[in-house]
Design a protein around this ligand. Sequence first.
Ligand SMILES: NC(=O)c1ccc[n+]([C@@H]2O[C@H](COP(=O)([O-])OP(=O)(O)OC[C@H]3O[C@@H](n4cnc5c(N)ncnc54)[C@H](O)[C@@H]3O)[C@@H](O)[C@H]2O)c1
Length: 319
Amino acid sequence: MKYLVTGAAGFIGCHLVDRLLERGETVVGLDNLRLGRRDNLRAALANPRFRLHVVDLNEVTACAVLVAEETATGPFDMAWHLAANSDIRSGVADPDVDLRDTFLTTFNLLKVLRGQAIRTLAFASTSAIYGAHPSLLTEDLGPLFPISNYGAMKLASEAIVSAALETHLERGWIFRFPNVVGSRATHGAICDFAQKLRRNPTELEVLGDGSQQKPYLHVDDLVTAMLFIVENAKDRRNCFNIGTDGSTTTVRYMAEAVVRRISPRARIRYTGGDRGWVGDVPKFNYSIAKLRALGWAPSRTSDEAVDLAVEEVAAEVWG
Ligand SMILES: NC(=O)c1ccc[n+]([C@@H]2O[C@H](COP(=O)([O-])OP(=O)(O)OC[C@H]3O[C@@H](n4cnc5c(N)ncnc54)[C@H](O)[C@@H]3O)[C@@H](O)[C@H]2O)c1
């Protein structure tokens, strides 16, 4: 099989690329390297079945030419669309960021896929589309009112993918990720905490009061779930929450785990308030009943995923 992966140099993209290559597939990655890192793809770049093109997805003509050239050596079987702005706070400060990198990347990729007759697409969506909803989040919940520009532009992206399924796409998978943790992360609370302690080993500033509580899934489980869903969910439109089966972790737990591992004498200072920043959803939990019914369950609880990710990130940041 031959796959197109956007956002290939990002945190989740590089793990997906590695897993596809391990399975013997051919992979072409697209990334502008604004948030992703070439170094994340060190192993993949040594593999003759992988090529990375450094390009912005909003340069539609350049992308179309690249994908057409790659298609000439053999058609793509499907595309995985992971490129987006992953820094929710930067999108709150400047709404253009999510319009450009979260929505228009999807809109423009769909044009490129249409031009090259690539008819299957897997799309990385997010819990942020649900907004601050008090109940357990199920895929059929609605109406949805996101509270961040990022969540709004992901919901708009789901909508445009859905519309493309009426025209040029034959099958689509929308994955709603929870918070994802693990090695080669480019962002997220564990990374932030580790970087802050590197700068100041005596004090860790934590945004909010530490009570924020969400499901954290290890990236290995996430990629396994994505591949499982694509292999087993065969409707034209497939939409799945991917999560931890009920377990969640508090920000306080994460901060204490990072301090214990990296700088045990550091004092933790909470800035206060029930959320980290404007647009942050302080508490949510997913139902993954639909995914369970398909036959998949995560291998770790949320706390276990965080514990493992703290080890991995600490090893990367501190050696
Ligand atoms: N990490 C999480 O906890 C999480 C949670 C929910 C959803 N997601 C979604 O999963 C996907 C991957 O997230 P991630 O954590 O790996 O983030 P990431 O920032 O590490 O990866 C995204 C990649 O997309 C690239 N990119 C962004 N805009 C681009 C553009 N205009 N053209 C080309 N490349 C561009 C970036 O350079 C980066 O390498 C994203 O769509 C994100 O919204 C992630």
